[in-house]
Design a protein around this ligand. Structure first.
Ligand code: NAD
Ligand code: MG
Length: 298
């Protein structure tokens, strides 16, 4: 699919409504199989040197929001390492191709972030391959719906916590000794932190925790010149949603509840991450930037 962006695009109609079939695919979902396909900025994101010479690590950078962020960072002048699950290699290859097309270095780090040791290995790999690190985006996430708490498997609860919270902690802890003043840490939270869906008890809990982690760590690291912020997406069309992220019957109307009346595209998230990574946001610390299509947040 080819997308275009005009200077005065109407946000309501900039992208068509997403009306996917009420089907479920196994997780992790893949962008290469997403129906309809999503925009990661391949044809639309125009860089302007805002991250020239920077070195970024983006978890979940193979697909969805992370893919759009990785592509935008590269077009802004950063070398980019992405972490993803080995089953997502095809998506990762596509993103690497886009990073290299922008003339930047792409580093591919497949592995499982719920493994604490791997979080350290991933940071070391990125440091070696990039020659340092000054942007960390904790974006990998797990979202599996379950409408009845008594049916929520213990293993799922723990995996959601480990993927969304523990991995962020271990990865950030491993990266911190290497981050210089001027570095940025950006965590992906969600509108679910404020408007938790009854079928996403475990997931919504992690997103509220990510907001608190972000604010607490931001206070701790600001005196060192390291800024920590978060982005809270609303309903965005990514492989997370049809791979058990939503009850399948909800998919055909995904995102229609927003004031804009449509789901967001990953490409619409990337500018928020670029802003928070770049020095132009030097006085923005501990903030959660909502990109929700108008769904209210505190
Ligand atoms: P996505 O499926 O494209 O991205 C999630 C990525 O997480 C996967 O690509 C995968 O590489 C990574 N991941 C999951 N478990 C992992 C593990 N154990 N080890 C390594 N990597 C792992 O979907 P997305 O929607 O772009 O999700 C990105 C982030 O955005 C997530 O944190 C999600 O919670 C958040 N978010 C998404 C939406 C939305 O509507 N899509 C809304 C709010 C927040
Ligand atoms: Mg993926």
């Amino acid at each position: 699919m080819t997308w275009t962006q005009n200077t005065f695009d109407n946000p309501v109609t900039r992208y068509p409504k997403v009306e996917p079939p009420a089907d479920m695919v196994s997780e992790p979902g893949r962008d290469s199989e997403l129906d309809p396909p999503a925009d990661h900025g391949e044809e639309t994101y125009v860089g302007s040197g805002r991250l020239e010479g920077r070195k970024a690590l983006v978890t979940g950078g193979d697909s969805g929001i992370g893919a759009a962020v990785a592509i935008a960072f590269a077009r802004e002048g950063a070398d980019v390492a992405i972490v993803y699950l080995p089953a997502e290699q095809v998506d990762a290859n596509h993103v690497a191709e886009q990073i290299e097309k922008a003339g930047r270095k792409a580093v591919l780090i497949p592995g499982d972030l719920t493994d604490r040791a791997f979080c350290g290995v991933a940071v070391e790999h990125a440091l070696d391959a990039l020659g340092g690190l000054d942007i960390v985006v904790n974006n990998a996430g797990k979202q599996i719906f379950c409408e009845d708490l008594t049916q929520l498997p213990d293993e799922q609860f723990e995996l959601t916590m480990r993927t969304n919270i523990h991995a962020m902690f271990y990865l950030t802890k491993a990266a911190l000794p290497h981050l210089p003043a001027g570095a940025a840490i950006i965590n992906t939270t969600s509108v679910q932190a404020y408007l938790p869906g009854p079928q996403l008890v475990d997931y919504a809990t992690t997103k509220a925790a990510i907001n608190a982690f972000t604010k607490a760590l931001a206070g701790q690291l600001a005196p060192r010149g390291i800024r920590v912020n978060a982005v809270a997406p609303g309903p965005i069309w990514t492989p997370l949603q049809p791979s058990k992220g939503q009850p399948p019957e909800k998919l055909p109307k995904f995102g229609e509840q927003t004031p804009l009346g449509r789901a967001g595209q990953p490409a619409e998230l990337a500018p928020a991450y670029v802003f928070l990574a770049s020095p132009e946001s030097s006085y923005v610390v501990g903030e959660t930037l909502a990109v929700t299509g108008g769904m209210p947040t505190p």
